[in-house]
Design a protein around this ligand. Structure first.
Ligand SMILES: Cc1ncc(COP(=O)(O)O)c(C=O)c1O
Length: 379
């Protein structure tokens, strides 16, 4: 593995690259060089045990300590109130699309849940919840091609709504909720997969917040879930134990063998975040990176930013070029400059630069210079 310095190099994002590229992949995504190096360093011999962290029992005291520290550090980083639990669960982000209704839809006898459709993942969440109750789409950005978060001011949630589900950041469209809806007694559920730990969020406004790890926290396949404890009593009888919040909570996320590597990895990322100064500092860095890109877009008549300025994401920056040919060439030439995976989501087209916590400022600076040069030569 190259040193973090070498990683700032400009090798191409193609087979045969000799140093790390600036990887704008939407997920799995670029993780901090420092964390990657640390994981590599202790991979063969964790903590002087003479064995890798992936070779020890999930019930060993060393691994239980990792899981406990990861949950505690998450709690600390997001200032999670005492009446919430932190769980690690199998199945990444999407498994929660089923886990949420399985655990919460029976909170009221009406067995109905409200969803806001803000893009491809919220649409999948709506579909996956279908079998468990009455699912109502209370607002949708579909007619706007999801370039903005729909207005909820005219929406009155019936008190017998089991929960309201939102996707806090929309990975494919590059939009996010800046102000979360007030839901009074109806628990708010947030899919924060593409922005977890990227900005300060008031978790007390939510009943459940969940996220797959693979953008800001580590490898794919695992979700971190913050659940308010009083919401752990409503699981449908058919809920599989591994999807049941109460069961996973009681088993301290070690009901069966979890992805030990993922939990360990997320701990390393969170330690790194803490060393930087926590979520507030990470948010400051993310704002700086995103601002650089949006400034470039706003000062160009060649590029066209896709998201409504009032709802722009700091994690996924989407824009278009004048023609599909220009877009294709942009992706190709960027790749040759070591700016990797910029192609937009298939249903959206254009360019998407995913700039999660692990993307250094230098990566965004390199992209902005490339954009300037590309516009000068092709615009
Ligand atoms: C907002 C959001 N939710 C859910 C998912 C699905 O996550 P997974 O692939 O871990 O199931 C993704 C994946 O990119 C996502 O961006």
């Amino acid at each position: 593995m190259p040193s973090p310095e070498a990683a700032k190099g400009n090798a191409g994002g193609r087979a045969g690259a000799t140093s790390r590229v600036f990887n704008f992949s939407p997920g799995p995504a670029m993780l901090p060089d420092e964390v990657m190096a640390r994981v590599q360093e202790e991979f063969l011999n964790y903590g002087g045990l003479g064995a890798s962290v992936i070779e020890i029992s999930h019930r060993s005291k060393d691994f239980v300590a990792i899981t406990e520290e990861a949950a505690a550090l998450f709690r600390e980083l997001v200032s999670l109130p005492e009446d919430y639990s932190v769980l690690f669960m199998h199945g990444g982000g999407r498994m929660q699309f089923a886990a949420v209704p399985l655990n919460l839809i029976a909170r009221t006898s009406a067995r109905k849940a409200a969803y806001v459709e803000t893009g491809v993942f919220s649409a999948t969440a709506i579909k996956d919840a279908g079998p468990y109750g009455k699912i109502e789409i209370v607002a949708s950005g579909r007619s706007d091609k999801f370039v903005r978060i729909p207005d909820l001011s005219g929406v009155n949630l019936a008190p017998d709504t089991s929960y309201l589900h939102i996707t806090t950041n929309n990975t494919a469209y590059g939009t996010r909720w800046n102000k979360f809806p007030e839901t009074r007694d109806v628990p708010l559920v947030g899919d924060a997969t593409s922005e977890i730990l990227s900005r300060v969020m008031d978790y007390s406004k939510f009943g459940v917040v969940y996220a797959g790890l693979q953008k800001n926290l580590g490898p794919s396949g695992t979700a971190i879930v913050a659940v308010r404890k009083d919401l752990m009593q409503y699981a449908l009888p058919e809920t599989p134990p591994l999807l049941n919040y109460a069961v996973v909570n009681k088993g301290q996320s070690l009901v069966n063998t979890p992805s030990t590597f993922n939990i360990y990895f997320s701990l390393q990322v969170m330690r790194w975040m803490k060393s930087l100064g926590g979520v507030r500092e990470v948010e400051r860095r993310n704002n700086e990176k995103a601002q650089l890109l949006y400034d470039r877009l706003d000062h160009s008549s060649y590029y066209r930013p896709l998201a409504d300025p009032a709802h722009r994401s700091t994690m996924n920056v989407t824009f278009d070029l004048p023609t599909p040919q220009a877009t294709e060439l942009f992706v190709k030439e960027a790749n040759q400059e070591g700016l990797y995976a910029l192609k937009g989501y298939r249903d959206v087209g254009g360019i998407r630069a995913s700039i999660y916590n692990g993307m250094p400022l230098a990566g965004v600076q390199a992209l902005v210079s490339f954009m300037r040069e590309f516009e000068r030569t092709h615009g």
